[in-house]
Structure formats: structure tokens, C-alpha cells
Design a protein around this ligand. Structure first.
Ligand SMILES: [Zn+2]
Ligand SMILES: [Zn+2]
Length: 242
């Protein structure tokens, strides 16, 4: 299974790192776009043809995780004439998103996700877990070919990757803050991300969603110390194979 970072800036775009959260998970011809943060649709198309996109997952309704679905809708409907692309999203998000457009036509087939829900998308098995974040937010576990990737989505410390089975091959964790400066309890510090991944016996850890004002080198250092091993910082177009 392959994970490609399409965007990783925490909460808002930053100079030189303008795309927010978006990832491409792929296995044997299955391609799932997980989170459509602002700036990620253009990056997505550098890695997969929209004709070949298998499904979309929206972890929650914060704009930095979902607004580029509007661009996908336009290309599907008026550019390539493709319809019924499966979208997995929290209950009610379709209606919220529709308030900015008259309708989505038949571009998407919406599937509401809830805590513990599972879905099979092509070659990839998905499982969702409700995190500690104000709008209903779901972490994503993706399994294919005996390999497993866990993506925390956005979460505060009241939820951890321990909600899934231990020993994931790769944990992609939000790490919005440094531990000595956590302005809002709805996100993790790099230390909290590292500790949770260590406790869950993650094989590898990628930190993402870093708040643009923090020093990435300090986040990497703090996360690695807590994880007890090297961590990787997400960057646009970073490809990781597990
Ligand atoms: Zn976010
Ligand atoms: Zn959020």
C-alpha cells in the first residue's frame, strides 16, 4: 500500500506550503483521496487521473479537510462526465457542503460514516473511529495486502490511535502544536502524537497538520523523543510505501 501526501499544512495554507490536509492511499489500482483540504485537488491530479479515482473520504467538515471537493465536483460533472463517485463522510456533511452549491447532481454517492464503521473500497478495507474533535471527525484505518495505515485525522488527546489494533505499519498523526504551547485542546502536540504512536506500537510515524507558526524541526525532535525512534515530517508529494 502506498501513501502520498497531497497537502499537510495545519488548518490554513502557509507560504511555500499552501495545501492543507489531503492524502492519497493506493493499492493495486485502488486510489482513495482521503481529505480534500484546500490546495490538494491540483496536487491529487499530479498523482492520479480523476477518471481512475476510486473513492473519497472526508474525515470531517472543517474547511481545511473538505473544500476541494467542490473542484472535484466541477471536473466530474462538467469536465469528464463521470458520476456516482463514492464519498464516505460524517452524517450531515453533504448538506453542509451543498449550501454553497445548488446541488452536486449525480457526481457523488454519499455514504455516512460512524464510529466503528467498516467499508471495503476496491482493494482497501477501511475502518473509522470517532476522534476527540468538535465536528464529528473520524480517524481512518486502511488495510490492504496485509499492511495497515492509520490516519488520525484531527483530534485532541481524548482519542488515540490505540482505538485501533496495535502494530500499524504506519501511523500518520496530526501534530498541530509543540507541547509547551497548545492553544486549543482540539489538536495534539508532537509529543502527544509520538507517545500515542509508541503506545500503539506503530512501526513508523509521520507527523502532519503542523501549525504553520511552529518550527517543524522542533516538532520532529519532540515527536521523535516521545516515539522513541525517528519520525518523518509530512511534505507535499511525499510518497511512502508500506
Ligand atoms: Zn485540520
Ligand atoms: Zn479540524
Amino acid at each position: 500500500m502506498e501513501l502520498t501526501v497531497l497537502g499537510c499544512s495545519g488548518s490554513y495554507g502557509a507560504p511555500g506550503n499552501d495545501a492543507c490536509s489531503g492524502y492519497l492511499m493506493r493499492s493495486n489500482g485502488t486510489s482513495i483521496w482521503v481529505d480534500c483540504g484546500n490546495g490538494t485537488f491540483g496536487h491529487l491530479q499530479e498523482h492520479v487521473k480523476v477518471e481512475d479515482l476510486t473513492a473519497v473520504v472526508l474525515t470531517h467538515g472543517h474547511p481545511d479537510h473538505c473544500v476541494d471537493i467542490y473542484g472535484l465536483h466541477v471536473l466530474l460533472r462538467y469536465g469528464i462526465g463521470r458520476s456516482h463517485v463514492p464519498v464516505f463522510a460524517p452524517e450531515g456533511l453533504e448538506g453542509h457542503l451543498m449550501s454553497l452549491v445548488s446541488d452536486f447532481g449525480d457526481a457523488f454517492d454519499w455514504n455516512a460514516i460512524g464510529d466503528g464503521d467498516k467499508a471495503r473500497v476496491g482493494d482497501i478495507d477501511l475502518c473509522f473511529s470517532r476522534t476527540d474533535h468538535p465536528p464529528p471527525t473520524y480517524a481512518v484505518e486502511a488495510t490492504a495486502g496485509g499492511k495497515r495505515i492509520v490516519y488520525t485525522a484531527d483530534t485532541g488527546p481524548g482519542w488515540t490511535v490505540g482505538a485501533f489494533a496495535p502494530g500499524a505499519d504506519l501511523v500518520l498523526s496530526e501534530a498541530s502544536y509543540l507541547h509547551d504551547h497548545r492553544p486549543a485542546p482540539i489538536h495534539l502536540s508532537a509529543r502527544e502524537a509520538g507517545e500515542a504512536a509508541r503506545e500503539a506500537q506503530a512501526q513508523r510515524l509521520i507527523l502532519t497538520h503542523l501549525w504553520p507558526q511552529i518550527d517543524p524541526a522542533l516538532a520532529a525532535e519532540e515527536g521523535a523523543e516521545a516515539f522513541g525512534g525517528a519520525v518523518t515530517l509530512a511534505a507535499p508529494h511525499l510518497v511512502t510505501v508500506v
